[in-house]
Design a protein around this ligand. Structure first.
Ligand SMILES: Cc1cc2nc3c(=O)[nH]c(=O)nc-3n(C[C@H](O)[C@H](O)[C@H](O)COP(=O)(O)O)c2cc1C
Length: 163
């Protein structure tokens, strides 16, 4: 799939078929996260990929609006070292991962990490050090639903030269 098409057709998926995703596909998706733009090229990120059912259930149980993580083929926990731009960097890598998943024909959904009280619990669950913040939890799997959220039109959000 072309990059522009993947960007324009990605939508959050919160229901998955249960079919596994090959390890090489996950690795390619994470590689796209690894290559994201990052302030001063610090690359503060670490990616923990959860595929075991027990851990998927534990993370799903911790995340307030992320119960569907339990049905996903994988959950990518995006962590960043607590640098000045950790949140921007981690979000950027997260978005790359969502789009790469789409390009591989997979569904995904971002579940909030940073700012959520359960972020600490998830950090401990995956065994990450306290020097790092959980930026996002990214569910990935074969989609069992297709949803269309209403999007603001380009004409409303695009401002040439001045607001
Ligand atoms: C920072 C952030 C946090 C989000 N947290 C959740 C969440 O906790 N649970 C969830 O189901 N979706 C979550 N989402 C997905 C949004 O609800 C979704 O992106 C939005 O409704 C737009 O729909 P779309 O992704 O299909 O374009 C989150 C998205 C972002 C960017």
């Amino acid at each position: 799939m072309e990059c522009i098409e993947a960007l324009k057709t990605r939508r959050s998926v919160r229901a998955y078929t249960g079919e596994p995703v090959p390890r090489e596909t996950i690795e390619d998706i994470i590689d796209c996260g690894r290559l994201a733009a990052t302030a001063i090229n610090i690359q503060p990120w670490e990616f923990v990929v959860i595929t075991e059912a027990r851990m998927l259930r534990a993370i799903a149980g911790a995340a307030e609006y992320g119960s569907f993580i339990a049905q996903a083929a994988a959950c990518v926990v995006v962590l960043c070292r607590n640098t000045k731009y950790y949140l921007e960097d981690g979000c950027n890598a997260s978005q790359n991962i969502l789009v790469a998943a789409r390009a591989h024909g997979l569904g995904s959904c971002w579940v909030a990490g940073d700012k959520k009280p359960y972020a600490e619990k998830v950090r401990k669950l995956v065994g990450a050090p306290d020097t790092h913040k959980v930026v996002s939890l990214l569910a990935i799997g074969h989609p069992a639903e297709q949803r269309e959220m209403e999007k603001r039109p380009l004409s409303e959000v695009l401002h040439w030269e001045k607001y």
